[in-house]
Design a protein around this ligand. Sequence first.
Ligand code: ADP
Length: 327
Amino acid sequence: MIKNVNKIGVLTSGGDSPGMNACIRAVIRTGIHNGKEMFGIMRGYTGMVEDDIIAMESRSVANIIQRGGTILKTSRCMEFFEPEGRKKAYENLKKHGIDGLIIIGGDGSFRGAQIFSKEYDIPCIGLPGTIDKDIAGTDFTIGFDTAVNTAVEAIDKIRDTAEAHDRLFVIEVMGRDAGYIALHSGIATGAENILIPERKTEIENIIAQLAEKERRQKLVNLIVVAEGEEFGGGNEVAKFIKARLPLLEIRVCILGHIQRGGAPSCMDRLIASRMGYHAVESLVEGRHNVFVGIVNNKINYIPLDEAIKKKQRISEEWLKIVKILAT
Ligand code: ADP
């Protein structure tokens, strides 16, 4: 039986990503188009637990499609890990009559939604909002394209100065558990080495390559490192290389939070709009407790139960390409 949903709450949770605003806009406007009452829940699950919930109209999401961050704000909510916190959250939703939830966030937020939807009779739809692109079942996540383009722009600039001085640069990009930003930005900027958490760092090969370059006095070399790489990120990799090749001049650049901010790319605005629209349509049609992804340009619905078990894998094809093109 299809459970009729009349009042829908939307929230952004966990790490923020560019395009979340475009997604909120799509959700609110599609909901209103379907005759639903729409609510914004502030600061992720914290707003549910603390009853920080506001009614939203079409106008509430005007002029935000181009803005980074999230107008609903986001947070990590410790209370939501506990049954008492989730009970409070449920009671607050009931108070407002909210009977459907749309959660824009990463795999942690999906885990929260999955547990909540099992305990309480509130259908939940997830939307993958994360710069890490580490969620299986979708070719895109909202924010990845913008983040990786920010990284590419920065690395291109570093390449200019590296070339001018014939210098070795170690550049750290975001990705504690996932190497997608490092992999994509590294390939797109022609980095000589790309180090990611999913693969063992072949440091001896890198040292041998650098020793050879040192001998030829051709030292321009960019090493793009994901934060969660085996050695523990850019500083650690640089330290290790310096200890082995003390004459090398190494510069480290940690790109950090600039990768999260900024205006979303056209691609992120489009996928955020498309996914947001389908999230509401799903709730209305009675497809519950799934997240909305895109695979081969088609909308893909993955049960939250499954989503939290799998991680997006790094493609072997890309790894092969990196090896051939970077030599
Ligand atoms: P992301 O969604 O970006 O992966 P987090 O992993 O920090 O971010 O998760 C966001 C929030 O989701 C957490 O702060 C918590 O409120 C909720 N959450 C995550 N895992 C669980 C869980 N196992 N049980 C209940 N809530 C959870």
